[in-house]
Every structure is written in C-alpha cells, then in structure tokens.
Design a protein around this ligand. Sequence first.
Ligand code: 4NP
Length: 169
Amino acid sequence: MSGAGAKGDRTAVLFVCLGNICRSPLAEGLFVHLAARLGVSDRFEADSAGTGAWHVGRPADPRTIAVGLAHGVPVPSIARQVDPRTDFERFDLIVAMDRSNRTDLLDLGAPRERVRLMRSYDPSLAGASESGLDVPDPYLGRGDGFELVYAMLLRSTEGLLDELLRARR
Ligand code: 4NP
C-alpha cells in the first residue's frame, strides 16, 4: 500500500515522527495491517517519514519491529526524511506523532488543514486537551515504552480508519 506513483482516487496518508524508526513506521504498519483486515487496502496509500535525517536508509528500530511482530503487524519501513517538495502535495493527510513533529511540519510548509495529531483520532480521547495527545518518543526509554506506544497507535489507527471510511461513503 505504500510507495510512489499517482494515487488516483486513493486516500494517501503520511505518518510522521522525528527519526522514522520508532513511532511512524509502526503507525504505517498498523494502518496497512488494519486496512487489509477490513478489506479496504485498495482505497489507501500509506507511508511514513521523519523530520530528522539521522536514520535515513535504515530499517525500523529492532524494538519497533519486535512489538509489531508480537502483535502480528509487519513493520517493513525503511527510514526516509520528509520531502517538502513532494510530500505536501502527494499526501491527503499528514499525521504527526506529537506536537513537536507538527510544529516542524508546519515550519517546513505543510498545509495546516492536512496536518493532524495521531492521537486526535483515538475516540477515547475525544475532548482531551492537546497536551495529552502526544505519542511519547520511546527511543531512549526502556522496552516497555514500545508496548505503550503500540496500544496508543492501535486505538488511534482504528479511529483514523473509521473516520476515513465514513468520509468516503
Ligand atoms: P521516532 O524516535 O521519532 O519515534 O522514530 C526517535 C528515534 C531516533 C531519534 C529520535 C527519535 N534520534 O534522535 O536518533
């Protein structure tokens, strides 16, 4: 579901974090996995990217891959940096993992109306203040941070797909 090319009538979603090795690759993997399970893969394109360039060309963090596999979710992402020249035109929706990622995206020129916070799609957080909507960066923490991030991303991805599918009806 990821990748380049004309998106046609597919809704194209870009997940963005800082390094593109922990949070956004898992969000992308979950989105692809859940869309396939719902039988709607042909309606979407998904990709992920980082605002930073430190890990470009590398697979996701081994802890990200492990937590995905533990839940049956492949995480095949190879890290890349956000490309303002193409990404802001190509993607219908740009989903930031935290407020800092969102600020960076807007500073790079991302269209405000297409940038959203990932956890704003979690129905259990409806009405929560924005300060409670960050997906915490698990990179420097202990391994259990990845399970927590997985649970947050699962609820958010379910809400995101639900909203996108309702909008397309
Ligand atoms: P991510 O986590 O943004 O969820 O991929 C990070 C991974 C690496 C770094 C920062 C955040 N780093 O500074 O290397």
